[in-house]
Design a protein around this ligand. Structure first.
Ligand code: PMP
Length: 413
């Protein structure tokens, strides 16, 4: 018995019935962005057809309807990640903006010269650059938890050692977009808190694919992007604990983020609106609510189980092919639906080009984790397949055939 019915799910995603280079498209790049189901596309279209108006400001029915839709999305997101209140959910553009918002507000306020900020060698540039830039501005020190090159797991001894510096912040991704390993955030958060640090979690690759409960993992901040979880591009989320948000100054000034303004001064709005200056991405927020409805209908546990099964299937097949190397953990329960690989003697960009000719979309490059790929894994680039609820074994079989074709084309034994 399969965890989910992919055949039925595929029918909800119009793009997946498209042809690419005369072949039915096989989309294996959901870690970059996900496809969108009809319910999301139609729901946003319905917003523009039926109740488009700016939020919060109008005293008329349309504005009330759009405000209700926008704010009910916030409530839905709070429920989805088990946040204590919708006021702890800030709408941003994406994970990157959410993390930068923390660096530019909480970071500016709390990080001082010679303070330590702890990240890991696994991080995406989005959870690296904001801290590097903050450290440079403040004269603070950026430290790294080491990654075990063979297993792709974080080195616990290195983590414990770095905690002795008493970092003010530990910023860590829950799932690596290169190695696909799922990190035990609860354990890391507990130790970080005991050492006096705040904990920021990059949830870009976890929130779309598994149940994430902010009360259970007890993070102080969680950042994620709507476009990777069936919603539109341009909507992201920052969750933070209420007391932290109350102390954080606003980043942008303008409409919405104030209670009152005089020519000399202003009183900021309450949370969450204090951080949402200007007209927000209303359609994006609506799309995220609809996306969560879709994901909830299938069930996040089932989605996670499905991706685990697919990954296991892929790893088993790939490990039987000579001269193909797989990166990341081998343990099923620690591996999300991301499989990076290389073929000896074939550049990853050539792999992606051959895949494309076969109608298969995969990604090749440093995956915005240059230090990890270049310095830790010692590779110029990697090819990466990534799965979601609309992928099945047929998609993997097509990818395996494409790998064989790559080997043939480049005379790899
Ligand atoms: N963190 C991780 C782990 C990611 O995989 C990504 C997207 N590739 C990001 C952050 C950045 O997401 P976005 O581009 O939506 O801000």
């Amino acid at each position: 018995m399969k965890a989910i019915n992919v055949k039925l799910i595929k029918e909800d995603f119009p793009l997946l019935s498209r042809k690419m280079n005369d072949k039915k498209i096989v989309y294996l790049d959901s870690a970059a962005t996900s496809q969108k189901p009809n319910s999301v596309i139609n729901g946003v279209s319905n917003f523009y057809r039926r109740y488009n108006a700016n939020v919060h400001r109008g005293a008329y029915k349309l504005a009330e309807e759009s405000t209700n839709a926008y704010e009910s999305s916030r409530e839905k997101i709070a429920e989805f990640i088990n946040a204590p209140s919708p006021s702890t959910i800030i709408f941003t553009r994406n994970t990157t903006e959410s993390i930068n918002l923390v660096a530019l507000t909480w970071g500016e306020q709390n990080i001082k010269k010679n303070d330590h900020i702890l990240v890991t060698e696994l991080e995406h540039h989005s959870n690296l650059l904001p801290w590097m830039m903050l450290a440079k501005r403040k004269g603070a020190i950026l430290d790294y938890v080491k990654v075990n090159k063979e297993t792709g797991t974080l080195d616990k001894d290195s983590f414990e050692e770095k905690l002795k510096t008493k970092p003010k912040l530990v910023a860590i991704s829950q799932c690596s977009n290169v190695l696909g390993n799922i990190i035990d955030i609860k354990g890391f958060a507990k130790k970080s808190h005991d050492a006096g640090a705040k904990v920021l979690v990059d949830g870009a690759q976890s929130v779309p694919h598994m149940p994430v409960d902010v009360k259970y993992i007890d993070c102080d901040f969680l950042a994620f992007s709507g476009h990777k979880m069936l919603a539109y591009t341009g909507i992201g989320v920052l969750y933070a604990k209420e007391e932290i948000l109350r102390d954080m100054p606003p980043l942008f000034g303008g409409g919405e983020m104030i209670l009152s303004v005089s020519y000399q001064d202003f009183v900021p709005n309450d949370i969450p609106w204090k951080f949402e200056a200007g007209t927000p991405n209303i359609e994006g927020a609506i799309s995220l609510k609809l996306a969560i409805d879709y994901l909830n209908k299938i069930g996040m546990e089932k989605i996670q189980q499905h991706e685990e099964e697919l990954t296991q299937y892929t790893v088993e097949k790939l490990s039987k092919i000579k001269n193909v190397k797989i990166y990341g953990p081998v343990e099923k329960s620690k591996h999300s639906g991301i499989v990076s690989f290389s073929i000896k003697g074939v550049h990853p960009h050539d792999i992606a080009t051959i895949f494309d000719k076969e109608g298969i979309a995969i990604r090749a490059g440093h995956h915005c984790a240059m230090p990890l790929v270049n310095n830790v894994l010692n590779e110029p680039a990697l090819a990466r397949m990534s799965f979601y609820l609309y992928n099945d074994e047929n998609d993997i079989d097509a990818a395996i055939e494409a790998i064989k074709l790559c080997k043939q084309t480049f005379n790899v034994p």
